[in-house]
Structures are given as structure tokens and as C-alpha cells.
Design a protein around this ligand. Structure first.
Ligand SMILES: Cc1cc2nc3c(=O)[nH]c(=O)nc-3n(C[C@H](O)[C@H](O)[C@H](O)COP(=O)(O)OP(=O)(O)OC[C@H]3O[C@@H](n4cnc5c(N)ncnc54)[C@H](O)[C@@H]3O)c2cc1C
Length: 404
């Protein structure tokens, strides 16, 4: 299976259409705008993911005139490509296995194509619920690709919105695999559009997205091998957690290869060959993992063949095409938009939150940052301090979430 075979399902397309249509038809308080018109707002939020939705709703509730711009499905990564589909698929597989221990007739297996239909239905429900909640709060939802053209202006198609404050909440996308043939690998975004599963899969990466996908797909019957760059899984988690997960994955039949560096991907008769360098190649460890601390110091080039490959080697902030460089807004060494303790960029009127800045990249963090910022800009809590874990510097001293 290649990533081109993975197509969005009809349900997903119609869900997106449904939320798009509802949003465009409803323009609270102001009626429909002519294309090319200029409009005024207090707050333009770019990106209707966890952070943008939270900030927009809170600001509107506080009386600000808010325009929220989204180019894709409402809800961002969490609803469409992250937490929600992942949890539904994971719980489905686990519960089916648990039930089979109690009720013999269940067969103990969850069917992927059935599960994806339910995931899409839940996404559609959430799209509608989010749209309604935004409408209730008085947020104006605008569909399209936003570019910041001045410190107080955002362009969306032919429309220009002039605003006192602009918020960048554009999230991040999976990083491409930087080796020849890297484009053959799918990403976590693609998996939730799969109608059927490959028989075998190579997962490249050892961070939490890689571990979760390997765990979920192996429970749906896919034969999974993981190529991990470091000598253990989850480098930002406690050793005990990483070791327990390695053991659990191995028990599910996932083959783990540590200390590897992928060098090349090749298409081979409907399959994909993933070539990698195994550093300090040696005996298998007790839990069946290859290349742990048991190596003899020599590198070896190896190949693993599977029907599909998944690259889960980190995520890059959505920054391209936003026009921020021209305004002098900088990025950090890790790639996130540079902000101060108040989540403000170098341009005083422009702030940034969520996965597009450095820090802890989780839904509750993006949401808390959005609400905190809205309170600070439009509410009475102008002097409130943001929690330490919502600070972009929270992980400054820790390794980046890159290729683990
Ligand atoms: C596979 C996976 C599993 C995850 N699981 C969990 C979990 O279990 N728990 C948890 O807390 N977190 C989880 N996360 C992380 C969580 O999804 C993110 O931290 C969170 O969604 C970030 O929110 P955000 O608002 O910063 O960005 P996003 O939710 O990514 O939203 C950004 C939005 O901006 C839009 N956009 C981008 N550029 C433009 C533009 N120029 N114009 C208009 N719109 C634009 C995008 O289309 C997108 O909708 C997971 C992530 C992944 C990838």
C-alpha cells in the first residue's frame, strides 16, 4: 500500500462539506460579505484547532469581534488527525480483545473498516458541535488560507480583515523523511484515511506518535517493525515507562530495532524496502529488540521489506505562506515561532500559541494558552500569570521531539 492509495472516505468528505457549509452560511450579526470587501475585527485568529478555537471562543465571550480563519476541517489536528481518531481506534481494538475474554462469541477482533466509519461519524458530530459553539459565542468563521500582510491585516482569498490583534494558531505537520525515497513513507495524517490495512508496516521513529501507531496497528493485525534512532523508545519519558512499553509491544509481536539510521526507501513489487544502518549491530536483547546495548560496535546496512512505511520522526510548525518573515517575525532554532512570556511575537499586535511555538505540544496546553491569551487581551485578567507548563520555554532544556 502506498500513501496515494489512501483516500479520504466519503463520510469524511461529506463531514467536512457539512461543517464548511454551515460555517459559510452563518455569518453572525453581520450578514453575508461581498468577496473583496474589507472588514474590521478586534481579533483575527488563524487556525481553528485546539488553540485557535479556545482563544476565539473566549475572546468573543468577552465581547471582542472575532474572525476565525480555517483552511481545512474545523478542530485541527486533535479532532481530525490526532487525539480523537487515535483514541477511538485504540480503545476499539483493546475493548474487543478484553470482551473476547469474557464473551466468547465476539471473536476478539475489531474490524478496521468498521472502526473508520465510526471514527468519521464522530468527527462529523464534533465538526457540527464545534461550529455551533463558535456560532453561539458570536465568532465569525471564515474558510480559506490566511496570510498576514501587515501588523494589523490578514488576507483570506480576496478579502482583507483589519484587526487590532492577530493570533497565529496554525499548528504543525508531520516532518518529511529526509532520505532518498522518503516520499514513499506515509505519515500519521494518512493512516486515519486508510480504508483497509497493509499486511505489514515499518514504523520509522520512536516518539509517542510512532509508539501509538505501532501499538494500534499491530492490534488490528498488521505485522509491525519499528526502526528507532536512539537506544530506547520515548526519550522524553521515564525509562520505566519506555521499557514497559517496549516489552508490551514486543509481546504483541512488534519487532523493535534500536540505534538505527534510515538511509533509503525503495519501491519493490508493491512493497517498500527500507534500508537502514544498524549502529553497533549485535545480539538481540532479552525482550527481542535488536541493537540495544548489546552491540559489537560495528555498523551494518540492513533492509526490511513491508507493504507500507510510516515516518513518525517529528512535526514541523505551519509557518510557510503566512507572510511572517516579511514582518520580521523570527523562529527559534527548534523551528517554532519565537514568542515572549506573553506569547507575543516580535510584532506587538501578533501573538502565537499551540504547536506552532516551542513547548509542550498537547491539546490541553494549546487550549489553555488560547484562553489565557484571550483573557489577557480582552478580559479583566490582564495581569494573570500563565501556568509554567504552558510556557514555550517549558522544554527549552530538554531534547527536541525530533527523530527519536
Ligand atoms: C497522531 C497524534 C496524536 C495526538 N494525540 C494527542 C493526545 O492524545 N493528547 C493530546 O493532548 N495531544 C495529542 N496530540 C497533539 C495535539 O493534537 C496538538 O498538540 C494540538 O492539536 C495542537 O493544537 P493547535 O491549535 O496548536 O494546532 P492544530 O490543532 O494543528 O490546528 C491548526 C489549524 O490551523 C490551520 N491552518 C494552518 N495554516 C493555516 C492558514 N495559513 N490559514 C488557515 N488555517 C490554517 C490548520 O488547517 C489546522 O486546522 C496528538 C497529535 C498527533 C499528530
Amino acid at each position: 500500500m502506498t500513501k496515494r492509495q489512501a483516500r479520504p472516505t466519503t463520510e469524511r468528505q461529506s463531514a467536512r462539506r457539512a461543517s464548511t457549509e454551515t460555517a459559510v452560511e452563518h455569518v453572525p450579526r453581520r450578514g453575508k460579505r461581498k468577496p473583496g470587501a474589507q472588514r474590521e475585527a478586534d481579533f483575527v485568529v488563524i487556525g481553528a484547532g485546539s488553540g485557535g478555537v479556545a482563544a476565539a471562543r473566549r475572546a468573543a465571550t468577552l465581547g471582542a469581534r472575532v474572525v476565525l480563519v480555517e483552511r481545512d476541517a474545523i478542530g485541527g489536528t486533535c479532532i481530525n488527525r490526532g487525539c480523537v481518531p487515535k483514541k477511538m481506534l485504540s480503545y476499539g481494538a483493546s475493548l474487543a480483545a478484553i470482551l473476547s475474554g469474557c464473551l466468547s462469541h465476539t471473536g476478539g477482533k475489531e474490524d478496521w473498516s468498521d472502526a473508520i466509519v465510526r471514527v468519521n461519524a464522530e468527527m462529523a458530530r464534533l465538526h457540527v458541535a464545534y461550529t455551533h459553539r463558535l456560532q453561539e459565542a458570536g465568532v465569525e468563521l471564515l474558510r480559506g488560507d490566511a496570510t498576514v500582510i501587515a501588523a494589523d491585516q490578514v488576507q483570506v482569498g480576496a478579502e482583507t480583515i483589519r484587526a487590532k490583534r492577530i493570533l497565529i494558531a496554525t499548528g504543525a505537520r508531520p516532518r518529511a523523511l529526509p532520505v532518498p525515497g522518503g516520499e514513499l513513507a506515509c505519515t500519521s495524517d494518512d493512516i486515519f484515511t486508510w480504508q483497509s490495512l497493509p499486511a505489514s508496516l515499518v514504523v520509522i521513529g520512536g516518539g509517542y506518535v510512532a509508539v501509538e501507531q505501532a501499538s494500534i496497528l499491530s492490534r488490528y493485525g498488521v505485522k509491525v517493525e519499528m526502526l528507532v534512532r536512539g537506544e530506547r523508545l520515548l526519550p522524553r519519558f521515564d525509562h520505566e515507562v519506555a521499557d514497559a512499553l517496549a516489552e508490551a509491544l514486543t509481546a504483541k509481536g512488534v519487532r523493535l530495532h534500536f540505534n538505527t539510521g534510515v538511509t533509503l526507501l525503495n519501491q519493490a513489487n508493491g512493497a517498500i524496502d527500507v534500508c537502514y544502518r544498524q549502529h553497533g549491530h549485535g545480539a538481540n536483547s532479552a525482550n527481542g529488540a535488536v541493537g540495544g546495548n548489546h552491540g559489537n560496535g560495528k555498523d551494518r546496512i540492513q533492509t526490511v521489506r513491508a507493504q507500507a512505511a510510516l515516518a513518525a520522526i517529528g512535526r514541523d510548525p505551519h509557518w510557510d505562506g503566512l507572510g511572517l518573515e516579511a514582518l520580521g517575525i523570527a523562529r527559534t532554532q527548534k523551528g517554532g515561532i519565537q514568542v515572549d512570556r506573553s506569547l507575543r511575537t516580535k510584532v506587538r499586535s501578533i501573538h502565537a500559541i499551540g504547536d506552532v511555538i516551542d513547548g509542550l505540544h498537547l491539546t490541553p496546553v494549546a487550549g489553555a494558552q488560547g484562553r489565557w491569551l484571550a483573557d489577557r487581551l480582552f478580559g479583566a485578567a490582564a495581569t494573570a500569570r500563565i501556568s509554567t507548563w504552558c510556557q514555550p520555554r517549558y522544554f527549552a532544556s530538554r531534547p527536541s521531539a525530533a527523530w527519536a
